[in-house]
Design a protein around this ligand. Structure first.
Ligand SMILES: *Cc1c(COP(=O)(O)O)cnc(C)c1O
Length: 366
């Protein structure tokens, strides 16, 4: 039986491997293992890519969100509007910063529904944290307009969407601060933990630089109690190699998405790109009422799938019963979502196999 992996993180391409090893070799030779020259270069690249003045490499996407909230002084007594459908890191960062999360329900594109934000705003609301889920951006023009009108700050969780854009305006260019994760599962990824923040605000950038290292200014005097969120030079060096390959990776993912769309849209609900939106397909998430049955069927045929994520954020054990979110759309969609393999190393015959198994499940022959 054919085996189709959901993700394949191993490096088997010889040229690619040599590039990575050369990057490691360079770092071993200069010996500056934390915040070294490759970190500076990486920061410059992502700031440029997002059209921002400043970028800081951090130890993870979770830390990026936490550092952003701290820099903005968001904490106890403040409410932060976010989505119920994200990796738990989004909620954890808000909660650990001491703020109170408020959940805006999602739309059919799995992203926060901007039309629901305004009703959730109270005198305590300080920020909106939209998550560009699966690699397609939220309607940021609308979200930013609502935030501005209500004097709220926007922090983008762009962990899944590096390089996604709306008519050329990239993920990470909208927030007061925008946050990225470069963990190995992401489309633009390191070979361990890594993340970043970007901003145009010099004060916030300096404060985040301090928060990154124990809250210290000039690495000596602690101005803000904080932990250690620095990025390894090795990860930045490897990220520079990946950066050069990113366009090809996203291109291949978009090609796979196109094939899935044309072959599957009559049997399942496929992701749709809004006009002008450039989706980077962190995941290819289909929707069907027969999700659980389909998943079992595919597993039996050697095809790995994922439910991203199996528990809505407010319903994790740590938060259960704490908030009473009104999120009927998220609750409904959550029973229907299934992410199928779409990574760039997927060969054509495996894509064809996934397609034919799904069609077979629905009793439709090609
Ligand atoms: C991956 C992810 C994070 C957290 O990033 P880490 O680098 O794993 O800490 C945060 N938010 C979203 C939406 C993510 O997908």
């Amino acid at each position: 039986m054919m085996k189709v992996r959901y993700l394949d993180l191993s490096v088997r391409d010889q040229l690619h491997k040599e590039q990575l090893l050369a990057a490691v070799d360079k770092v071993l030779s200069h010996g500056i293992f934390i915040l070294g020259p490759e970190v500076k270069e990486f920061e410059k690249k992502i700031a440029d890519c997002c059209g921002r003045k400043y970028a800081l490499g951090l130890s993870s996407g979770t830390d990026a969100l936490y550092v952003a909230l701290r820099a903005l002084g968001i904490g106890p007594g403040d409410e932060v509007i976010t989505t119920p459908l994200s990796w738990i890191a989004t909620l954890n960062a808000i909660s650990v910063a001491g703020a109170t999360p408020v959940f805006a329900d999602i739309g059919p594109d799995l992203n926060m529904d901007p039309g629901l934000i305004e009703n959730l705003i109270t005198s305590r609301t300080k920020a909106v944290v939209p998550v560009h889920y699966t690699g397609q951006m939220c309607d940021m023009f609308r979200i930013c307009e609502i935030a501005e009108r209500n004097h709220l700050v926007v922090i983008e969780d762009a962990a899944q969407s590096f390089s996604a854009n709306i008519n050329g305006r990239t993920a990470g260019s909208f927030g007061k601060i925008s946050c990225f994760s470069m963990n190995p599962m992401k489309v633009f990824h390191s070979y361990g933990e890594a993340g970043a923040v970007v901003t145009d605000d010099e004060y916030l950038n300096n404060k985040m630089a301090a928060l990154r290292y124990g809250g210290t200014v000039n690495r000596e005097d602690c101005h803000y109690p904080s932990l250690n969120f620095r990025i390894d030079t090795l990860q930045a060096a490897l990220l520079l190699v990946e950066y050069a390959r990113l366009e090809g990776i996203i291109g291949r993912r978009r090609e796979i998405a196109k094939r899935y769309y044309s072959a599957l849209r009559d049997v399942v609900e496929c992701p749709r790109e809004h006009p002008g939106f450039w989706h980077v397909y962190y995941s290819y998430t289909i929707q069907t009422d027969r999700r659980n049955e389909l998943r079992t069927y595919l597993t039996q045929r050697g095809i790995e799938t994922k439910i991203q994520h199996p528990i809505l954020m407010p319903y994790h054990a740590a938060y259960k019963g704490k908030y009473e979110p009104t999120i009927p759309v998220a609750e409904g969609i959550h029973e229907r979502i299934l992410s199928i393999p779409n990574h760039e190393k997927l060969p054509d015959h495996e894509i064809d196999y996934v397609i034919s198994c799904i069609r077979e499940f629905f009793g439709v022959n090609r």
